[in-house]
Design a binder for this molecule. Structure first.
Ligand code: ADP
Length: 231
C-alpha cells in the first residue's frame, strides 16, 4: 500500500465536503477520480497530499512514502499565471522538497527538468519567462514540474485544462507511459470520464462521498457509470 483513506472525511472550517472515503492506492496503480463540479475531488487530492488534514478517519501512507516523493499538479488557476520566474526554475521548484531552504539543484535535477520539458514538447521554452507563456504552455510547464517531483506518486488535478485536443491526447498517452514504464502511481482528477475508463485501473466516483470505487469495466456497467458516461 502506497497511500490509503480509512473512513476519512475532509472539511473546511468544520463544513464537511467529502466523507466516508475508504480506498487505497498501490504502487503502479492508476486511479481516476470523477464526479460533478463541487463534489470534493480537489479537496480529496489536497487531503492525500497532506495539505488538508482529515476531519475524521485517517490518511495512511505506506512504502515509506514521503511528501517529497509526490508530484502534484494543482488545479490550474489564472491567478498563478503571473508567477515571476523562468521556466526552468518553476520546473525545478518541484524537487525542492528534500533540499531544505536553499534552492541548490544537483546536475541530476537539472537533467530531469530538461528531460521532462522535452517529454512535454516544450524543451525550447527552457529559457523563457513563465508569465509570458500561453495558458496551455504554462500548464505543460506545471506538468513537467509535477513529473520531475514525482518519485512514487503523481497527483494530477485536471491535467488537460487549457490544452487543445491533440495536446490532451498526447498528455494522456504520456501519463500512461510514465505510469507503466516507471511504475509510478497516478491519481488523477478528470472530467474526461471516457479517457478515465480507458487508461485507469481504478475509478472513484464521488459526490460528497464515494458512489463507486472499483475497476473501470465494472464502472462502465454500473448505474453511476452509465449515468455519468451517457450524460
Ligand atoms: P471539485 O474538485 O469536485 O470541483 P472541490 O473539492 O473543489 O470540488 O470543492 C468541494 C466543495 O468545497 C465545494 O462546495 C467548494 O465550494 C468547497 N471548497 C473548496 N475549496 C474550499 C476552501 N478553500 N474553503 C472553503 N470551501 C472550499
Amino acid at each position: 500500500m502506497l497511500i490509503a483513506c480509512r473512513n476519512a472525511a475532509f472539511a473546511y472550517e468544520g463544513n464537511t465536503v467529502i466523507r466516508e472515503l475508504a480506498f487505497e492506492v498501490d504502487s503502479g496503480d492508476y486511479l481516476c477520480i470523477v464526479g460533478e463540479n463541487g463534489s470534493g475531488k480537489s479537496t480529496l487530492l489536497k487531503g492525500l497530499l497532506g495539505l488538508l488534514p482529515p476531519q475524521s478517519g485517517a490518511v495512511l501512507r505506506g512504502d515509506q512514502l514521503k511528501t517529497e516523493d509526490i508530484g502534484y499538479l494543482p488545479q490550474y488557476k489564472a491567478a498563478q499565471k503571473d508567477f515571476p520566474a523562468g521556466v526552468c526554475e518553476v520546473v525545478l521548484s518541484g524537487r525542492q522538497g528534500g533540499r531544505g531552504i536553499l534552492p541548490f539543484y544537483a546536475k541530476a535535477d537539472k537533467q530531469s527538468a530538461m528531460e521532462n520539458l522535452n517529454r512535454l514538447g516544450i524543451g525550447d521554452l527552457r529559457n523563457a519567462c513563465y508569465r509570458e507563456l500561453s495558458g496551455g504552455q504554462q500548464q505543460r510547464v506545471l506538468l513537467a514540474r509535477a513529473f520531475c517531483a514525482a518519485r512514487k506518486l503523481l497527483l494530477l488535478d485536471e491535467p488537460a485544462a487549457g490544452l487543445d485536443p491533440p495536446a490532451t491526447a498526447e498528455l494522456y498517452r504520456l501519463i500512461r507511459e510514465i505510469n507503466q514504464n516507471r511504475g509510478l502511481a497516478v491519481v488523477m482528477v478528470s472530467h474526461d470520464v471516457q479517457t478515465a475508463v480507458k487508461y485507469a485501473n481504478r475509478i472513484l466516483h464521488v459526490q460528497g462521498k464515494p458512489l463507486f470505487w472499483g475497476k473501470p469495466e465494472e464502472y462502465a456497467e454500473s448505474p453511476e457509470g452509465k449515468r455519468f458516461m451517457g450524460g
